[in-house]
Design a protein around this ligand. Structure first.
Ligand code: URA
Length: 191
């Protein structure tokens, strides 16, 4: 565990005493040029303690593959590091979107985490990380695939990889966005 991860663990253990809410930290090298930021871990991520290893992760891996981007070469993390859950009508524990309070609680930690990565660009996956970094006015429907800016570096908003499960029409749009990103990465980083 890094020093920052130890600090986060201590902070959140105090917030959720007695609850089993494992933190899922970011994964990747500190000299990664590209950082991908998702929303929050789901069930598989919380179980395995790694970001994007469940269904959304499979889609992400496939899309990265199409764009010629090697998962090992990027740093992958989430805005919120705990799995947000609710109990469904059928009594099952299911995922829910993170609340504004959760996002605000985790945002300073995300900033500290990103300060430790020698990144040249940030790629947000879905609305949650886009709005967390750029503010409530930014929307993925308008911003996807464009080169925006955050903290002096390019920010590329992409749809969330799970969105193509729910909305098949998005798939060609997603593929086009991520292929272009792959070209940018190869041109700028020579990979
Ligand atoms: N969805 C996310 O946003 N992040 C994960 O790690 C998994 C699913």
């Amino acid at each position: 565990m890094t020093k920052l991860e130890r600090e986060m663990s201590a902070f959140f253990a105090g917030l959720y005493p007695g609850e089993s809410r494992p933190l899922v930290f970011g994964e990747g090298k500190s000299d990664a040029r590209t950082v991908l930021i998702g929303e929050a871990p789901g069930e598989q991520e919380a179980l395995q303690g790694r970001p994007f290893v469940g269904k959304a992760g499979k889609n992400l891996d496939e899309l990265l593959g199409l764009a010629g981007i090697d998962r090992e070469s990027v740093y992958i993390t989430n805005v919120v590091k705990i799995r947000p859950t609710r109990v469904s009508d059928a009594g099952r524990t299911v995922n829910r979107a993170p609340t504004r309070e959760e996002i605000e609680l985790f945002l300073p930690w995300l900033r500290k985490e990103l300060a430790g990565v020698a990144m040249r660009r940030v790629v947000t996956l879905g609305n949650v990380p886009l709005k967390a970094l750029l503010g409530a006015k930014a929307t993925i429907g308008e911003a996807h695939g464009q080169r925006l800016e955050w903290n002096g570096i390019p920010l590329w908003p992409m749809y969330h990889p799970a969105s193509i499960i729910y909305n098949r029409a998005l798939r060609p749009v997603y593929e086009e966005d991520i292929r272009r990103l792959g070209e940018v990465i190869r041109r700028e980083d020579g990979q």
